[in-house]
Design a protein around this ligand. Structure first.
Ligand SMILES: [Zn+2]
Length: 409
């Protein structure tokens, strides 16, 4: 399915496949447009199955010219059957897409792999980004593996683990005294001045966004080339959420999947929920908010793809819900205790929204549901601090026995 242009999402004006992201005519966002695939569904499937055990097995659906390669293998993460969590929530068939298994432990490795591969095709030598943390880790690691210098701009108050796990790769870490929206504005200005730098989520954004599709391709392949009935995924900018649905649409259109796009449920933190508020109000207009939540990786107060996320939730019969910081912490514990998967606060948001949907009776027991867990709990370790007790004793059997007298021998 060859990429043939960048196309404005608002007015459909097309542009060459360059490093650009905004329409000159209407200032709408650009996205990659493809021509219909030349191959049959059977041939496409054969090519995927013969491909590497990374996201590059879906290269036919990505905007790259050559055979893509990357020094840091990404994707092909587990889809875990979550029977114990399903039982706790009274659901039928539940799967967890475990994106913590990526090289820097979040789904951002996918978008960076695709943006970096395209940046290299376009001849860029310096990689940069505006990040709430996970993207910083991924840009630093993938740039290091490719031997390219990187500049990672983050809010100064980011979790320490995310800062340390970025600087460790030798990236230039730039902490901005402001929130993510301020970081993003600065990067947009810098990208205008430095046209020889690839800002993965600014001037390379159309390519970057395509990387998220591979998460959905994998879900469908791992379900035996079938669609789920419902997907619950986090909403920050709205890019991942909308691209998951786009991926399913592309595979339905070319005959790789049968059926309809799943019900799409978005998850936000109550302390930064412009998309959930818009959905609730029945409008696609997302009014910017000032974020205040422990889910910092979702703390985008002015989400670029917010209106498209609302429209998608409406169109598929899904929704967008918000949960409190307390519910987020409970969501992290619920997921860990029932699946063995320890997620960061964003995953706590997603798990808590799933619980909310289940409690509200929104999910039919016959549904096949996929919960997208996008990042690792070690990145936001403070979120579980104080949520359990550690038993400290002298190294004596008597003390152990005294502490655990009631436990089974
Ligand atoms: Zn336009």
């Amino acid at each position: 399915m060859p990429a043939d242009a960048l196309k404005c999402k608002e007015c459909s004006t097309t542009y060459p496949l360059e490093a650009r992201y905004v329409c000159d005519r209407c200032f709408g966002p650009l996205e990659v447009a493809y021509t219909a695939p030349q191959s049959s569904a059977a041939e496409l499937k054969r090519r995927i199955q013969a491909g590497p055990h990374t996201l590059w097995r879906y290269a036919d659906f990505l905007p790259l010219e050559g055979t893509p390669r990357s020094a840091l293998p990404t994707g092909f993460t587990p889809l875990v059957k979550a029977d114990r969590l399903a039982e706790r929530l009274g659901l039928g068939e539940l799967w967890v897409k475990n994106e913590t298994a990526n090289p820097t432990h979040s789904f951002k490795d996918r978008v960076v792999a695709v943006a970096l591969a395209r940046a290299q095709e376009l001849g860029f030598q310096t990689i940069a980004c505006a990040s709430t943390g996970n993207l910083a880790n991924a840009v630093a690691a993938h740039s290091a593996a490719a031997g390219l210098p990187s500049y990672v701009l983050i809010p100064a108050d980011l979790e320490e683990a995310k800062i340390l796990a970025t600087g460790a790769y030798g990236a230039n870490v730039v902490a901005i005294k402001g929130n993510y929206d301020a970081v993003n504005r600065l990067c947009t200005e810098l990208a205008g001045d430095r046209d020889d730098w690839a800002f993965v989520n600014v001037n390379l954004r159309p390519y970057y966004a395509e990387g998220s599709k591979t998460l959905a391709f994998e879900i469908a392949e791992q379900l035996g080339w079938e669609l789920p009935d419902r997907v619950v995924a986090p909403v920050a900018s709205g890019s991942l959420f909308t691209k998951i649905a786009r991926a399913f649409e592309e595979w339905i259109d070319c005959g790789l999947l049968e059926g309809e796009v799943p019900k799409m449920n978005g998850a936000q933190a109550a302390g930064c929920s412009p998309v959930a508020q818009a959905f609730e109000a029945g409008t696609a207009v997302c009014r910017p908010v000032k974020p205040d939540t422990i889910a910092k990786s979702l703390a985008i107060g002015n989400p670029a793809d917010g209106p498209y996320a609302v429209e998608l939730a409406q169109r598929t019969g899904g929704g967008v819900d918000a949960v409190s910081d307390g519910e987020i912490r409970a969501g992290i514990r619920m997921l860990a205790e029932t699946t063995g998967i320890f997620t960061e606060t964003a995953g706590g948001v997603t798990a808590a929204v799933l619980a909310k949907l289940a409690q509200r009776g929104d999910i039919d027991p016959s549904e096949r549901v996929v919960l997208c867990i996008t990042g690792d709990g070690l990145k936001t370790i403070d979120a579980v601090r104080g949520s359990f007790e550690v038993t400290e004793i002298e190294p004596k059997v008597s003390e152990f026995d005294a502490a655990f007298a009631g436990a089974a021998a």
